[in-house]
Design a protein around this ligand. Sequence first.
Ligand code: IMP
Ligand code: MG
Length: 191
Amino acid sequence: MGLYKIKKVNGEKMVFCDDTRIRILIDEKTLSKKVKELGNEITRDYKDKEPVLVAVLRGSFIFIADICREIKIPVAFDFMAVSSYGNSKVSSGIVRITKDLEFSIENKEVIIIEDIIDSGRTLNYLIKNLEARNPKNIEVCVLLDKDVPRKTENVVKYKGFDIPNKFVVGYGLDSAEKYRNLPFIGYIENE
Ligand code: IMP
Ligand code: MG
């Protein structure tokens, strides 16, 4: 019970966990290739600089662990946690900082590392909040960009994948705290 079981259904790999069926959207190989490319871009753009990677917890913990090892210059790390969903799948629209940075970012080159952009509210709020601390510069690196109509301006400089408007899990992303440790990105099919 509760084990992730991988089975092929009509030639397609699916993951079953109890009564939940998860379809793979982006597999491990594709993820790691893209993360490498993003790391190379950041390395090139920030050589001779020493950026601070600011990861947004908890969804970005796997992404930052992987991308930082593809960045071939010295970087500093800091972490923030925000909450906008609670345990729901629909953004509440209210963003709350539940853990703030440890260090000052004044006069620093900041790269926000985010797992996914949905409505864009979380990122917009974060950028405004961090800008008020007078960094030298802020750029955004996001793994997944959901195909949803968005009123907010495009703030993403480094982007992994455009994905359909589905609730995805795995590679750090959860559904009510489950499935973060799946090594791929998938979506729950039977909910
Ligand atoms: P936004 O504020 O609507 O852009 O939502 C961004 C945050 O909501 C992300 O940082 C994620 O933590 C979470 N989120 C948005 N879409 C998904 C999803 O499909 N699966 C899991 N978490 C998501
Ligand atoms: Mg997040």
